[in-house]
Design a protein around this ligand. Structure first.
Ligand code: PXL
Length: 277
């Protein structure tokens, strides 16, 4: 065969059992965007239909997380000797301070070129004290290693310390998060800011760009945040600039939301096949 080798992307993320969010969303996004996708699983989330669809959260054993990272980096990491190496990694739900420490060590030793952080701060159904520790560890240990970060409205407020009521506030938050992290920032207003458009703000320290698309409904769709960050990762893996990656990812998510999937759950799920539908 003479086909050229695909670019590679890894997601370090949790499973979400209904397939709308988390690692499943990431892997589908990688495949749709023509990238060889790899998953290292951190936890398993199963919504509980008997309890208002709250999250039931089970962490993967720390040694098993470390083993997955070891296997992946030995096969494809920057120092692996693979013909095409793994340079782009997405970080999704980590879920505990212990997992954050395990992932921090792997990121430091593998030195991936692109580390895209979707700073999943709160998982419904997690004990609040536990979640606060996790948030602080994420900010202290993973955020400094990120090259690209994709906070939603809530996460942008938490990371920047600012209140976000409009696009100007979202811009200020994106600038602040860049200052703190040094990363390119794609701060997502989504459906949470008033107006006809779903507005996200890109800032990389030089370029500030407002990415807007007409809102499709007023309700958040499951998997939109995961898919956006995964699409950014896939595009960076293929050599796009951070701004190009952000633009492509926004269009990919908008198409996926247009073709969202309904179920017996009280939310819909983005469909990554939407762009080709
Ligand atoms: O959308 C955030 C998210 C990420 N990862 C996992 C999740 C969720 C939300 O449900 O379950 C595993």
């Amino acid at each position: 065969m003479t086909t050229s080798a695909p670019a590679l992307a890894l997601t370090i993320a949790g499973s979400e059992a209904t397939g709308g969010a988390g690692a499943q969303a990431d892997l589908k996004t990688f495949q749709e965007l023509g990238v060889f996708g790899i998953v290292n699983l951190t936890c398993i989330v199963s919504f509980d239909p008997k309890d208002n669809w709250n999250h039931r959260f089970v962490p993967v054993d720390q040694q098993v997380i470390a083993d997955q990272l070891e296997a992946t980096t030995a096969a494809y990491g920057p120092a692996s000797g693979a013909p095409v190496t793994l340079e782009a990694v997405k970080i999704g739900m980590l879920g505990s301070p212990a997992t954050i420490t395990t992932v921090e060590a792997a990121l430091k030793s593998a030195a991936f070129r692109h580390v895209v952080l979707d700073p999943v701060l709160i998982c419904k159904g997690q004990e609040p004290g536990h979640a606060l520790d996790t948030d602080q560890a994420l900010k202290a240990q993973i955020l400094p290693l990120a090259t690209f970060v994709t906070p939603n409205h809530f996460e942008a407020e938490s990371l920047s310390g600012l209140t976000i009521n409009n696009v100007a506030d979202l811009e200020a938050a994106a600038r602040r998060i860049h200052e703190i992290s040094g990363a390119a920032v794609l701060a997502k207003g989504g459906v949470r800011l008033e107006g006809d458009d779903a507005v996200d703000v890109f800032f990389d320290g030089q370029t500030l760009e407002i990415l807007a698309a007409p809102k499709i409904g007023e309700v958040a769709v499951s998997g939109a945040g995961c898919t956006l960050a995964a699409a950014v990762t896939a595009e960076l893996a293929k050599g796009a600039s951070p701004l190009e990656a952000a633009r492509t990812a926004k269009a990919f998510v908008t198409a996926g939301i247009k073709h969202r999937v309904a179920s017996g759950a009280p939310f819909t799920a983005l469909w990554q096949g939407g762009a080709g539908a």
